[in-house]
Unconditional design. Structure first.
Length: 476
């Protein structure tokens, strides 16, 4: 395998054959490739800590859960006192890791570069690092489960990332989680980049996802055999997949702003989905971006592996023909000026008497103080948007219940019922996220957990302050 093939075929593998060991000589070959990476002033500021001992692995996995994904884990550390100018020590160790990943790919191994290391001070202690050394990342190594690496993700076009002489703003994305700082095109671009990572976004917080889906099924009912359902802006398709399972005979379609999102949801559901472009003005552009039938073929750019199809299905049902539509945590991610337009479009797609289900995060809850804490932890960019679940990606802001009611009335939607969830935080979910925070934040987290435990018997009285609201509306 030549260098270009290794570059194109390298994947972030998350499913390894944990029963198949990596031979010592093959591991040393991968580490030796890392040793030959370029380094600042040839100081070679890296070291490798290979974790083989079972007890050591279990202890480290309390902080770095990814360590248990693969049969072999290598912590790459660097000397933070040498080559500090311009982060030369970090750049050198990062180049070393890339050499390791390519060498692993060339020998048929899977690899995963992990930078989520929990409480780094504890990791340093367990690895026995000297004071001047720091952990940069964990490299998981092993044989891919099933013998093959994941399919090739797409990449941003070369024309978008190459700048001649001066940087162009084209293609740049906002860092803010405020939806008003984004355009619809930028939101779509960000979503495509996240989906292109190949991640399925399939690990929802059970304390969030399961109660929401239970409420959705309660409001929508059993569904007739010819039930026609529209899922609006599904993003990574977590709820779309659940709706397909709940209503296997329904005519299910998605309203999306990009063809890539539709294809991602369709692959996830394992069944054809109808496609409704939003907004309508984007329909021609989206259709033009899709190849004619039979034109999608694996390309050299993706390592010769299959990519997502590029042929859209026939148009979904016409306006006014869907029995129900779901807008699940999507209003919060749109610029404020687009929210009325979205709901008007959704209402127009539903037949008279049909249902529109809106789930959203309420501002009148513990959402805002929780987000203030995230900001104190430095997590105030779009990557850490204050959504109730990590599967909801992109800019995000909680909504005032009164504003949602006004939007619904303006579109001719009449309220029929509401479910409220999470009147108190669930520290089974929040607690682990505070492990990498400072001692002061962890103490505050423990105090908040105690306060919530004391308030739990009164949770029924706190329903007006619930974080999650699921509103069932009917088109007049």
């Amino acid at each position: 395998m030549d260098v270009r093939d290794a570059i194109l075929r390298r994947r972030s593998v998350r499913r390894f054959d944990r029963d198949r060991a990596v031979p010592r000589e093959l591991l040393l070959e991968v580490l030796d490739a890392g040793r030959w990476a370029p380094s600042s002033c040839n100081l070679q500021t890296w070291d490798f800590v290979v974790v083989e001992d079972a007890d050591q692995r279990r202890e480290l996995a309390r902080e770095v859960r990814s360590l248990l994904l693969a049969p072999m884990g290598v912590f790459v550390v660097y000397d933070r006192e040498l080559a500090r100018e311009g982060h030369g020590n970090i750049q050198s160790a990062a180049a070393c890791i890339m050499n390791m990943l390519l060498a692993a790919t060339a020998r048929g191994l899977g690899s995963l570069w992990v930078n989520a290391l929990g409480e780094r001070a504890r990791v340093r202690e367990l690895l026995g690092l000297p004071a001047e050394h720091e952990v940069l990342a964990l490299v998981c190594l092993g044989w891919p489960a099933g013998g093959e690496a994941p399919p090739a993700p797409e990449r941003r076009p070369l024309a978008d990332v190459v700048h001649w002489n001066r940087f162009r703003a084209q293609g740049s994305l906002p860092r803010s989680p405020d939806p008003d700082d984004w355009t619809l095109a930028q939101i779509g671009s960000y979503l495509r980049r996240k989906l292109q990572s190949g991640t399925r976004f399939d690990k929802p917080d059970p304390g969030f996802f399961e109660p929401v889906m239970e409420a959705v099924r309660a409001h929508l009912g059993a569904g007739e055999p010819e039930f026609r359902l529209l899922d609006v802006l599904p993003g990574p398709g977590l709820f779309t997949e659940a709706l397909r399972k709940a209503y296997p005979r329904a005519a299910l379609a998605v309203m999306e702003s990009s063809a890539a999102s539709h294809f991602f949801c369709e692959r996830r559901c394992g069944a054809p989905l109808g496609f409704v472009p939003f907004p309508e003005a984007e329909g021609a552009r989206i259709a033009a971006a899709c190849a004619p039938a039979g034109a999608a073929a694996p390309s050299r750019e993706t390592g010769g592996l299959a990519v997502v199809p590029s042929v859209l299905p026939a148009p979904a049902l016409a306006a006014g023909q869907f029995d129900a539509a779901t807008v699940l945590f999507r209003l919060e991610g749109l610029p404020r000026a687009l929210r009325p337009r979205l709901l008007q479009e959704v209402a127009a797609r539903v037949r008279p008497g049909g249902s529109v289900l809106i789930a959203y995060t309420s501002r009148r809850s513990w959402q805002l103080p929780a987000y203030a804490l995230r900001r104190r932890l430095g997590r105030d960019t779009v990557e850490y948007a204050p959504a109730p679940d990590g599967n909801i990606i992109g800019p995000y802001e909680a909504l005032a219940p009164g504003a949602v009611r006004r939007l619904a009335r303006a579109c001719g939607l009449v309220g029929e019922g509401e479910t409220r969830l999470q009147p108190l935080p669930d520290f089974r979910i929040i607690g682990p996220r505070l492990r990498g925070a400072g001692a002061g934040v962890r103490v505050l987290g423990r105090l908040a957990a105690i306060a919530c435990a004391l308030l739990r018997p009164a949770a029924g009285l706190l329903q007006p302050l619930a974080r999650i609201r699921i509103v069932c509306l009917r088109r007049a």
